[in-house]
Ligand binder design. Structure first.
Ligand code: ZN
Length: 267
């Protein structure tokens, strides 16, 4: 499942493809994949990209026609650039058409992904409430310690809650908890200020390292050129058998997700 570094990687790829090109339209091949704002007028296309941004795991493409396209990859969605897009691929749910026959295919086997096309002024209505970006200054030890206070839910579940922090997912939470030496099942309120500081520091570091190498390709994450990211080679606990010090890792279920941790290194 794409998390912040993977979404950022895709966003950068799409931005470089769309730069200077004319978007000709958006086609949908599967019911429910494309959501259209009822207030949308029919002059959304042709248009050009004004600005591409990311918010949590959402990509926002602001077009110069006053329209915004929100892309949410969810479980298995990916965007793949094709210079000569003819027939639709298996699992291709939608397609962003570019002038001259090029396209960006939205491939999504599990069909949870969404592309929403809306009037830019309605953006707030279409976006869920999200916590601060983990790479922003707003996400610091004070903020984390404050939101954990009084909560008995496991720290891992709290870090995954997009309303508290936007963009973290299972892989990077497992990794940052290992680096911060904190067990995933600890209640949020048991986390000390010092541990909050360590978690913030390691969250930022692990995300930046992953962005640098194009994200993690575990199952089907691909960049826009359909190449894989490389951070899977740097994972210390996620889907591993031993921690870097050679201790056997535990794998427990928390909130329905596999949680890898080292019972020796993490307290
Ligand atoms: Zn260990």
């Amino acid at each position: 499942m794409p998390e912040l570094p993977e979404v950022q990687t895709v966003l950068d790829g799409v931005q470089s493809v769309l730069n200077g090109r004319v978007l000709a339209g958006l086609e949908s091949y599967y019911p429910g994949t494309v959501i259209l704002d009822p207030e949308l007028s029919d002059d959304a296309f042709p248009s050009r990209l004004d600005k591409a941004t990311r918010r949590g795991k959402y990509m926002l493409f602001q077009l110069d026609s006053g329209v915004t396209m929100i892309v949410h990859l969810r479980m298995t969605g990916k965007l793949v650039y094709d210079s000569q897009a003819m027939e639709t691929h298996k699992h291709e749910r939608a397609r962003i058409l570019l002038e001259g026959g090029e396209a960006i295919r939205f491939i999504d086997p599990r069909t949870f992904g969404k592309i929403t096309l809306l009037k830019s002024e309605n953006l707030e209505y279409y976006m869920p409430k999200l916590g601060p970006e983990p790479l922003s200054e707003e996400f610091d030890a004070n903020y984390l310690h404050l939101i954990l206070a009084g909560r008995s839910a496991p720290i891992k579940n709290l870090l995954l809650d997009q309303r508290l922090i936007a963009g973290l997912g299972n892989i990077y939470v497992c990794e940052l908890l290992f680096r911060a030496k904190v067990r995933p099942q600890r209640p949020g309120k048991s986390i000390s200020r010092k541990e909050s500081r360590l978690m913030v520091k390691h969250a930022k570091a692990v995300l930046q390292e992953a962005i640098k190498v194009g994200g993690t390709s575990i199952s089907d994450f691909r960049r826009i050129d359909d190449k894989t990211g490389e951070f899977q080679n740097f994972l210390q606990v996620y889907q591993q058998k031993e921690c870097p010090k050679g201790h056997a890792l535990e794998n427990i279920r928390l909130g329905g997700r596999s949680s890898f941790y080292c019972p020796v290194c993490q307290r």
